[in-house]
Every structure is written in C-alpha cells, then in structure tokens.
Design a protein around this ligand. Structure first.
Ligand code: G4P
Length: 283
C-alpha cells in the first residue's frame, strides 16, 4: 500500500537538499514533465515548481484520471493550459493517454527545436525530467512511457555520476529517476487532501477524523454517491455519516459498540480505490 511506502518525513533539511538536487538537474534539461494526482491537482503540486522550472518547456500530467471526475479533468486541463503549460490526462497504470505525450513533447519544445535548427544543430535530443510529489505515480508513468523499447544511454560528460538517461527514439531522452518534490504542508486542507488519497502515512493520523471529514466532503460534492455505496441517509455531520457506514457494514467492536476505526478503514480504502465513484476534491 502506497501510504506505508511513502512515510513522509520531510523536514527543512530534506527540502533544501531536494531543492538543490532539483536545481542541479534542471540545468541539464529542456522539458519538465510534472505529474499530478487528478483528484487533487492543486494539493498534489509542489509550490516551488514554477520557480524551479521557469524557462523550461512544461507538460502537466493529470495522472490517476481514472479515479477523478471526468468533467473536472477537462476543466483542470484548461486551467493548466491557461497557465502556459501543456496538459494531458492519463492513467499511468493502464497506459491510457500515454501515447498522446510524444506529440505534446514536440509541441512543447517547438521553439527549442527551431532555435537549434537556426544554429545548425539538428536532431539534438530533447532532454526531459519527470517531477512530482511522492505517490502521484511518477515511477509507474516512467515505466509506461519508456516501456520496454527504450535503451539506457549510460553516463555522459557533464552528467552527475550515476545519472542515467533513457533514450526514447531519436529525439527524446528521459532522466531515469524522477525528481521528488514536497507538497505544501502548512495548509491544513492540503494536508487532509493528501491524507485522503493515501499520500501521508495513516499511522500518524486519527483515522476516524479523516474518514468523517472525507464523508462530509463527498456528501457535499457528490450527493448520492454515499447512499449508493453504503445505503445510508446522507444528512448529518461526518461523524454521523461514519456511524451509519459502521452500522451498514456491521462494524461492531464488542456487542453493540460500533467499531468506527474499522468503518474508517473501509471508507478510506473504498475512496482510494475509486469504489465510491470517480471524484475530484478540488475545483
Ligand atoms: P511515485 O513514483 O510517484 O511515488 O508513485 P508510484 O508510481 O509508485 O505509484 C503510486 C501508486 O499509484 C501505485 O499503487 C500505482 O500503481 C498507483 N498508480 C499510478 N498511476 C495510477 C493511475 O493512473 N491510476 C491508478 N488507479 N493508480 C495509479 P500502489 O498501491 O503503491 O501499488 P499497486 O496497487 O499498483 O500494487
């Protein structure tokens, strides 16, 4: 499960180091491919990315689009395009949408290719780096995008030792390790959103609180879905909704006492796997 894998432990020292590494890598590349979680496109963004990637061509990938609201996927794509990036919705797990990236790379780097041509440089490959906060699907995406057809080009002068480029055809090279960035932790809602999707270790959270708040959010944003999934009345606050889920799913601790922790686990697991329905939490 991704939440365990991630174990966020960012503290300022880590962030400074990650930022420095990112800056070093930025010098080497033409194109930044930013992977976001389509269910929370803003919360899953690194706040410094615009500054770090300024002057680079940009592609924003709304990944896990299969779990997000299709209408809002469209809206978010327009939003990022309005900000000067090229945007695409994908499902890195199945590979859906991935084939549309290559044409977008050409489009995003058109100016660079033109500039090179004018200076007599032909066919210098575009160099790209995948970036994103933990758990948005960067590794899954690199695998889907690079596939089996790619070859590693090995170390090159000017590239920090150990850095590998994956060659994708004649004109594209991808840094084989993604740039891992941190989300914006100070904002409570951002923290909750990241916790809902499983990007924060569940052990440090009060599950019942998280589930209750999520239930309230779902009820408000997508009325009817909770009734559909759990056959419960949708009035009342999050705690009441959680109790109803516990009753409906027969989560009892001892005798008649409801096991809210168990019910919380069910709700979060259902949400993370898209079983309640496709949802986007930010608009
Ligand atoms: P990262 O490198 O950014 O940290 O993320 P990673 O690729 O490890 O992906 C994190 C989790 O998200 C994985 O699930 C992965 O399968 C899942 N995932 C990635 N892209 C998509 C997508 O487009 N749609 C859906 N539904 N899931 C996606 P996991 O729980 O860690 O493993 P598993 O369940 O795949 O075994």
């Amino acid at each position: 499960m991704s939440a365990e894998k991630m174990n966020v432990n960012w503290y300022p020292g880590h962030m400074t180091k990650a930022k420095r590494m990112m800056q070093e890598n930025m010098v080497l590349i033409d194109l930044v491919i930013e992977v976001l979680d389509a269910r929370i496109p803003l919360s899953s963004r690194n706040p410094d990315i615009d500054e770090l990637a300024k002057n680079k061509s940009r592609i924003v990938l709304l990944n896990k689009s299969d779990l997000a609201d299709p209408k809002l996927n469209q809206k978010w794509m327009k939003y990022f395009e309005g900000k000067g990036a090229h945007a695409l919705e994908i499902n890195a797990k199945t590979g859906a949408g991935v084939k549309n990236i290559r044409p977008l790379v050409e489009k995003a780097c058109k100016e660079k290719i033109e500039r090179d041509r004018k200076r007599g440089i032909v066919n210098r490959p575009i160099r790209a780096m995948v970036v994103g906060i933990p758990n948005v699907g960067k590794s899954t995406f690199i695998n889907a995008f690079a596939g089996k057809a790619c070859t590693k080009t090995g170390n090159k002068p000017g590239v920090t030792k150990g850095k590998q480029w994956i060659r994708l055809g004649k004109n594209l090279e991808l840094l084989d390790t993604p740039g891992i960035l941190w989300p914006k932790f100070e904002d409570r809602q951002v923290g909750m959103n990241l916790a809902y999707i499983g990007s924060v270790n569940d052990e440090i959270l009060v599950l019942e609180e998280l589930a209750a708040e999520l239930l309230e959010t779902i009820r408000t944003r997508y009325p009817g879905l909770l009734n559909n999934r759990y056959q419960i009345e949708e009035e009342g606050d999050g705690n009441l909704l959680l109790e109803r889920v516990a009753e409906s799913r027969k989560c009892y601790a001892k005798g008649e006492v409801l096991d809210l922790k168990k019910a919380s686990g069910i709700v979060l697991d259902d949400f993370r796997n898209g079983r309640i329905g496709r949802m986007t939490l930010e608009e």
